[in-house]
Design a protein around this ligand. Structure first.
Ligand SMILES: Nc1nc2c(c(=O)[nH]1)N[C@H]1C(S)=C(S)[C@@H](COP(=O)(O)O)O[C@H]1N2
Ligand SMILES: [Mo]
Length: 515
């Protein structure tokens, strides 16, 4: 009956059709979010799409995204995705205008494809397809409803009462979509109240606290990087479009694979062990020369070497394949952890529970290795295996299997393109060579000779070191350049390489003008 009316009446105009389909797409997102809140937040259609895009973004695009948007790369992705979805919805609306079954079919097909992608997520069970499927049915129903409402009234776009009826229906559908999304948010936060769980966290007592940071290690030079990076300023790099929410009660760590006995720890069992504290400078392999993807924190946690000993690694195992609750993996050389008292399963950062963005409730921290091969956040699984058997998230994408941090140095002050008075100018920055330590930093002006900078006192081999140098600046435009020497005597190379595949090299420069 509806069919007959629909065919005898004038169809929606293009703008109305686009509006109807956009509302239907909003229904897919909203309903999907709601159903996923109950099943698993990572099964939400929007996040399935986002995570799939992230996992398959070609390297040049990922590098450019980090260069353009820095740590806002995920916001940029979300906005781009919304734009693409609106464009897709407009196309579906125009198709539906020609033939409703065609538009509905395309929407249904795309929804089914998202359900399929959901099943491919690393942590997916069969239930992962459910949010997209339910949401697609709701979306197709909304689309048909919006196309049939004006048709059923026998009018056409632009007629007074029909137009009002249509707009009313669109508004109702859009409001329903928004309500579903908001309810999903609320239900999700109720089911997984990570904020409350985190505030109830009590720092483990540490028998043997880390030695204090002395004033001579943390110089008070304006603009110079502080020795300890506050949590709110610590760089964040991960593949999580949506932060995992894992309470301490839900958390388990399974240690298995090439071991004598499998070990499963819950948070209480972990807390019963002796906690230790260690200051470590974490560094991202994607850090460009002079970049700020590095930070130092006081990490509190449990020695990985002790936890592994409980499982008894096989003598021929050479890799710890760690896995996060959202499926990210890292492959860490076993010998970087065994016998290393500073390689931690960390639960706290700078005296508070790990921030959710930095891995709450537990993450790995291994000194001397770039984060992608060592610092798994939200870690739930350690598999003892071998480099010739297993690959991890970034090594599957061509990055180096072994990735020790390269010697680097950075100029923090003066700022890039600063205009300075002539005379004495303080030049200062940080340098790092985790595991080896920094023994010298040198500064060069234009093509002059290299002058030794004054080093702040060293805290440990695994932390960065501040340096300062007083420059007698003469008028003109000048290039300042820095290089570090590590404790093995190797001078930081001037050869410029990209972060791919195992970390950038080259010397940081700053151009300034002296009046
Ligand atoms: N679960 C998870 N852990 C992860 C990552 C990730 O994408 N997912 N990225 C790694 C990378 S590349 C780095 S450099 C560090 C960054 O840690 P931060 O965000 O706490 O600074 O986390 C590592 N741990
Ligand atoms: Mo990284």
């Amino acid at each position: 009956m509806v069919r007959r009316i629909a065919f005898t009446s004038r169809p929606l105009g293009p703008a109305a059709a686009a509006l109807a389909a956009t509302s239907a797409a909003a229904v897919v997102l909203g309903v999907g979010h709601l159903v996923a809140a109950v099943i698993d937040p990572n099964a939400s259609p929007f996040f399935v799409l986002g995570a799939t895009v992230i996992d398959h973004t070609p390297r040049w695009l990922k590098d450019s995204a980090i260069r353009w948007f820095g740590t806002n790369d995920k916001l940029a992705l979300a906005i781009t995705m919304l734009g693409v979805m609106v464009a897709g919805a407009v196309l579906i609306g125009l198709l539906a205008r020609r033939r409703l079954a065609l538009g509905a079919g395309v929407l249904g097909g795309l929804g089914a494809a998202v359900a399929g992608l959901a099943l491919l997520r690393p942590t997916a069970g069969l239930a992962f397809a459910v949010p997209a499927l339910v949401a697609t049915m709701a979306g197709v129903a909304a689309l048909c409803l919006l196309f049939v409402v004006p048709a059923a009234r026998g009018g056409r776009d632009g007629d007074g009462p029909t137009r009002r009826g249509f707009l009313f229906a669109v508004a109702a559908v859009a409001a329903g979509a928004a309500a579903a999304g908001a309810t999903g948010r609320f239900v999700g936060s109720r089911l997984r109240d990570i904020g409350a769980d985190r505030s109830a966290f009590v720092l483990p007592r540490v028998a043997d606290p880390a030695s204090p940071v002395l004033p001579e290690m943390d110089l008070a030079v304006p603009g110079l990087t502080r020795f300890i990076t506050p949590n709110t300023e610590f760089y964040r790099i991960d593949t999580a479009l949506q932060l995992p929410s894992l309470t301490r009660a839900q958390w388990r760590l399974r240690i298995h694979g090439m071991v004598d006995r499998e070990v499963v720890l819950d948070f209480d069992a972990l807390s019963a062990r002796d906690a230790v504290e260690s200051l470590i400078t974490l560094t991202c392999v994607s850090n460009e020369v002079g970049g700020n993807l590095a930070g130092t924190a006081t990490w509190t946690g449990y020695r990985l070497t002790d936890l592994l000993a409980e499982a008894g690694p096989a003598p021929d195992a050479d890799m710890i394949l760690s896995r996060s609750v959202d499926g990210f993996t890292a492959g860490t050389p076993l010998d970087a952890v065994l016998g290393n008292p500073d390689a931690l399963l960390a639960v706290a950062m700078n005296g508070e529970a790990l921030p959710v963005a930095h891995g709450y409730p537990a993450r790995m921290i291994v000194p001397g290795l770039y984060g992608y091969v060592s610092a798994t956040k939200w870690v739930v699984d350690l598999e003892l295996t071998r480099f010739d058997r297993a690959r991890a998230y970034w090594t599957e994408r061509g990055w180096a299997e072994r990735a020790p941090i390269k010697t680097a140095s950075r100029i923090d002050v003066p700022a890039a393109f600063a205009t300075l008075p002539s005379g004495p100018v303080t030049v200062a920055g940080v340098a790092w060579a985790q595991g080896r330590g920094i023994t010298a930093v040198e500064v060069q002006v234009d093509d002059g000779r290299w002058s030794p900078a004054t080093l702040a006192a060293a805290y440990s081999l695994d932390t960065w070191r501040q340096w300062t140098w007083t420059w007698d600046a003469s008028p003109g435009t000048h290039t300042l350049r820095v290089r570090a020497v590590d404790a093995t005597g190797v001078v930081q190379t001037g050869v410029r390489t990209t972060p791919f595949p195992d970390g950038a090299t080259g010397r940081h420069t700053r151009v300034v003008t002296v009046r």
